[in-house]
Design a protein around this ligand. Structure first.
Ligand code: HEC
Length: 507
């Protein structure tokens, strides 16, 4: 039987050839990271294919279909494995890169294998970035908005690239379709092609082996069975960890993306160091008459230079020797760079957590997945009032302020607080605020047109962005909500505002 297949395909001798590959110096657990990366890639492809059976890419369905995936225990496990598999794959790519760096395995004749490897790292990161958007919840939306805006900062091609990736001037169905196409087609295809090249070059040169200058002293080893066993054992352990995390700590789905709400996005952990760098630098540096926007430096220039240095490493470090002692400069440099990345990540994590604590809290997942959450997108429906604001709605005395209370709960409470108490430092309180109870025409103007000027309320100053509501809310809703905030929040007892007043508003 085997003979029959071998005669017609040559598969058996190919497999034999593959398995009997030489491993100079014998098998070692040092070499397992590459194969484990390959293994997690396969997990991602398999779980990813199954996820496309359940996911529907459009602004109307992305979040809804993701929610359905979360509600079924099987698909919930599937998406959780995909989520943790992504983290594992990126972590393993980094470890693999570090191992190659420490062993000096990028040196001649393996320069191109290194370059292809760095490209693989990039493709993996783009996969992480594009996948992050697809659930289309609050975090997905606002974190992707950050990365799209950063793309737009790039000199020359930036704005056009942002326009293409976004599929127009703002984020919506076209953005989901672009990211979906990149995530399930273009990037996986590039990944598989590059992995093929990476392995073909690897077979051509053979493994680099341990760090010794004279390879003739090494006793030869074989891939089968020792190295194969070590690779397999390590991959199995990784698989176990991924499944364990998928069960005990599945990813969190937030409420559906809503651009009018305020949200502090949390980046994927592998982008935390860039967030940290961005948070660290002052917005502008002044050099005499020159002022330089540091956003560009932190988000584009530094990462690009870093990438070029890594890509060109085999040519920058031209010494023939791979020994640890003779490369101490490079190894110390690597240690420092890794240290800086870790510190920046911790800083990025800390600043994001502080900002998030100041912003409106996300609801627990049980609330997001509860049946009422599905009605969330229909303003005015009874299920649309979040639990924390329901008390306010019930306490409201008259019917008009009842309607106003529900408009407030749906549109304003996420920033100004359920009882209009505000968020210190971020959002001004509307309760006991003299501007709110003052000239009604001024309040109408603010709600219709938004506000982006520093304001001071009871001695506290605020400078944020209040979105304009003209067009989003009807004149009646605006009149109701203003009546509500002027008459029912805190000790506010000011006059009602009518629909005609809103319609006839003149600045
Ligand atoms: C995305 C967050 C956000 C949402 C949602 C929001 N606001 Fe605001 N609002 C702000 C910020 C920030 C300010 C302060 C603006 C500034 O500093 O320039 C503000 C200011 C105001 C002010 C002026 C307060 C003053 O002291 O000058 C009023 C009135 C107001 N908002 C009413 C509303 C109403 C009514 C709604 C719902 C229809 C609403 N806001 C929804 C963020 C928000």
């Amino acid at each position: 039987m085997l003979n029959w297949i071998e005669k017609r395909t040559g598969f058996i001798s190919m497999a034999q050839d593959f398995l009997t590959e030489d491993v100079p110096g014998g098998a070692s657990y040092w070499y397992v990271f590459g194969s484990a990366t390959l293994f997690t890639m396969m997990i991602q492809i398999v779980t990813g294919i199954f996820l496309t059976f359940f996911y529907a890419p459009s602004a109307m369905t992305a979040w809804e279909s993701t929610r359905a995936i979360y509600l079924n225990p099987w698909t919930h496990f599937l998406i959780s494995v995909h989520y943790w598999g992504a983290s594992a794959m990126i972590a393993l790519v980094f470890l693999h890169l570090l191992q190659v760096l420490i062993f000096g395995a990028y040196k001649s004749p393996r320069e191109l294998q290194w370059v292809v490897g760095v490209l693989l790292l990039l493709v993996t990161l783009v996969l992480g970035l594009t996948g992050y958007l697809l659930p289309w919840d609050m975090d997905a939306y606002f974190a992707s908005q950050v990365s799209l805006n950063i793309t737009g900062l790039a000199p020359i091609a930036g704005p056009i690239l942002q326009h293409i990736a976004q599929g127009g001037g703002s984020m919506g169905t076209a953005t989901i379709n672009r990211f979906f196409g990149l995530h399930v087609w273009l990037m996986p295809a590039a990944l598989v092609a590059l992995v093929g090249a990476h392995l073909a070059i690897f077979r051509h040169n053979g493994p680099a082996g341990p760090v010794v200058d004279d390879t003739r002293t090494l006793k030869p080893g074989r891939f089968w069975p020792d190295q194969f066993f070590m690779d397999g054992a390590f991959s199995l352990i990784i698989f176990g960890i991924i499944c364990f995390l998928a069960i005990v700590s599945p990813p969190y789905l937030d409420q559906k993306a809503d651009p009018t709400k305020f949200f502090v996005p949390y980046p994927a952990w592998y982008f935390l160091s860039l967030f940290g760098l961005l948070a660290l630098v002052p917005p502008e540096i002044h050099l005499g008459p020159l002022s330089i926007g540091t956003e560009l430096i932190a988000t584009i220039i530094v990462p690009t230079i870093f990438l070029i240095v890594i890509l060109l490493l085999p040519w920058l470090d031209r010494s023939k020797s791979r020994s640890i002692a003779s490369r101490s400069g490079l190894l110390w440099g690597t240690t420092v760079v890794v240290g800086v990345i870790v510190v920046l990540s911790i800083y990025g994590q800390a600043t994001t957590m502080i900002k998030q604590a100041a912003g409106p809290p996300s609801p627990p997942e049980s609330v997001v997945l509860a049946p009422a959450a599905a009605a969330e997108t229909k303003p005015g429906s009874p299920g649309a009032i979040p639990a924390n604001a329901a008390g306010v709605a019930n306490a409201a005395p008259s019917t008009t302020s009842g309607a106003g209370a529900s408009v407030f709960a749906n549109n304003c409470s996420s920033c100004h607080g359920a009882t209009g108490q505000g968020v210190p430092g971020s959002f001004p309180p509307l309760a006991n605020n003299p501007v709110v109870t003052g000239d009604p025409n001024k309040v109408i103007g603010i709600v219709l047109g938004g506000l982006n000027a520093p304001v001071t309320v009871n001695g506290q100053s605020y400078h944020g962005m209040m979105p304009p509501w003209k067009g989003t809310l009807t004149n009646k809703e605006i009149a109701d909500v203003i009546t509500y905030i002027r008459g029912s929040l805190g000790n506010n007892k000011a006059s009602a505002v009518t629909e005609a007043q809103v319609a006839g508003y003149k600045p």
